[in-house]
Design a protein around this ligand. Structure first.
Ligand code: E4P
Length: 219
């Protein structure tokens, strides 16, 4: 399973990269705004800075909603760095743009996916990644993990190469359940990634080992 971090915060991206388990980054306009990144030159420079930190794919989201401008924006983003994946919303013009990018060899991430029908369309258009938002589905009392299961089944039925990128991950259980289902990628906050480290028996066991070692050494 690939681990992407879902943030535009450079410090958090560095921390995840330093851990040695990071495969990529996803951003969106809200995450960029949260870091105070506004205006085209700053946004472009920020994507370049993220690409300098990570080894893997970096999703950069278009803000246009019509085909011509999604293509113009996406092509400019893709030229920044080979790591850039153009993130396109699941709308009619977005599907057409994903098909276009796919024919040009430009990687895409189809975002704002909330149903298996949308995921099927994204795969047919040739998206590199599809991003079902499981946390936001859970927020409205809908089974987010059930959607990952359905998409896995559909994609396996037809050997679609589109990778399932479980997005809007909120916690460790989401990551584990997505891994059990067979999501190709998960993107989540640093807290969820670091949460995987934690178990009280590990902490207690280590404290005991160190105490026993110190006692035996006469410290
Ligand atoms: C990732 O690609 C999405 O933009 C992100 O996971 C959305 O997460 P949220 O529901 O926590 O905003």
């Amino acid at each position: 399973m690939k681990f992407f971090i879902d943030t535009a915060n450079l410090q958090q991206i560095k921390e995840a990269q330093d851990l040695g388990v990071l495969d990529g980054v996803t951003t969106n306009p809200s995450l960029m705004a949260k870091e105070g990144i506004t205006g085209e030159p700053n946004i472009i420079n920020h994507y370049k800075a993220i690409c300098d930190i990570v080894d893997g794919d970096v999703s950069a989201e278009v803000i246009s909603t019509d085909f011509d401008n999604i293509v113009r924006e996406g092509e400019a983003l893709a030229k920044l760095n080979d790591k850039i994946v153009v993130k396109v919303p699941m709308i009619k013009e977005g599907v057409k743009a994903i098909k276009h990018f796919s024919s040009q060899g430009i990687k895409t991430n189809c975002t704002l996916v909330f149903s298996s029908g949308q995921a099927l369309l994204a795969a047919k258009a040739g998206a590199t990644y599809v991003s079902p938002f499981i946390g936001r589905l859970d927020d409205v009392s809908t089974d987010g993990l059930g959607l990952i299961e359905d998409i896995r089944l559909i994609y396996d039925n037809y050997n679609y190469e589109t990778q399932i990128l479980a997005a809007s991950i909120r916690h460790v259980t989401h990551i584990i359940e997505c891994a059990k289902i067979g999501a190709d990628v998960m993107t989540g906050p640093l807290s969820a990634i670091l949460g995987l480290l934690k178990h009280p028996l590990t902490d207690n066991g280590l404290a005991q080992f160190l105490a026993d070692h110190a006692k035996a050494a006469g410290k």
